[in-house]
Unconditional design. Structure first.
Length: 188
């Protein structure tokens, strides 16, 4: 693999995605990569690589048909990318949608899967998970686009906090609490 991030993604797509079982357990190597990829491969680069992997193998003969091996390889490659994206979203949850690059990738891949499902009947099985991911994206965008909330007010959990929704990076603590802590530590 030579340590290249692209080779790691290729290895994951070609070996680990197909080894996933339906028991809900995620391969630890795959999960570790998804959680730590940002250290060696930014989201926009990973999305670009996944898009290229999805699109590869699309060579068409002069008569307009795909050779059987190329056709099957193309369908498998597309299925793997959708499965990887589905795992990525499951592992990161709402945090996945905080990045604009990942949001646009979901929309772009959804369009590709929609087009492919109309051309290739085998791609219909990929349409359902992509629709679910897109629906998750829409509900995440509603959560993310809410006004920021005061999470802590005077040292206690604020009654206006976004519960049961998660606390997001743009949620704030009351200035009053920060001022009290500042005064306390500077008078000792």
């Amino acid at each position: 693999m030579a340590g290249m991030p692209e080779k790691t993604v290729e290895y994951l797509l070609e070996t680990r995605i197909d080894a996933q079982t339906d028991d809900g357990l995620v391969d630890t190597f795959l999960e570790d990569f998804i959680l730590t990829h940002i250290t060696h491969m930014p989201v926009n680069i990973l999305c670009s690589y996944l898009k290229n992997y999805y699109m590869r193998g699309s060579t068409v003969r002069m008569d307009g048909t795909l050779p059987i091996d190329d056709y099957e390889h193309k369908i498998v490659a597309k299925r793997r990318v959708v499965a990887f994206l589905n795992l990525w979203v499951q592992i990161l949850g709402l945090r996945f949608f905080l990045d604009p690059a990942s949001n646009s990738f979901v929309e772009e891949l959804y369009c590709y899967v929609l087009e492919d499902s109309q051309q290739f009947p085998e791609m219909l099985s990929n349409l359902e998970p992509m629709c679910a991911i897109r629906q998750l994206r829409e509900s995440a965008m509603q959560t993310i686009n809410r006004h920021s909330s005061v999470v802590l007010d005077c040292g206690i959990y604020c009654s206006h906090a976004p519960a049961p929704n998660p606390v997001l990076p743009f949620d704030t603590c009351s200035f009053h609490l920060i001022f009290i802590i500042y005064i306390y530590f500077h008078h000792i």
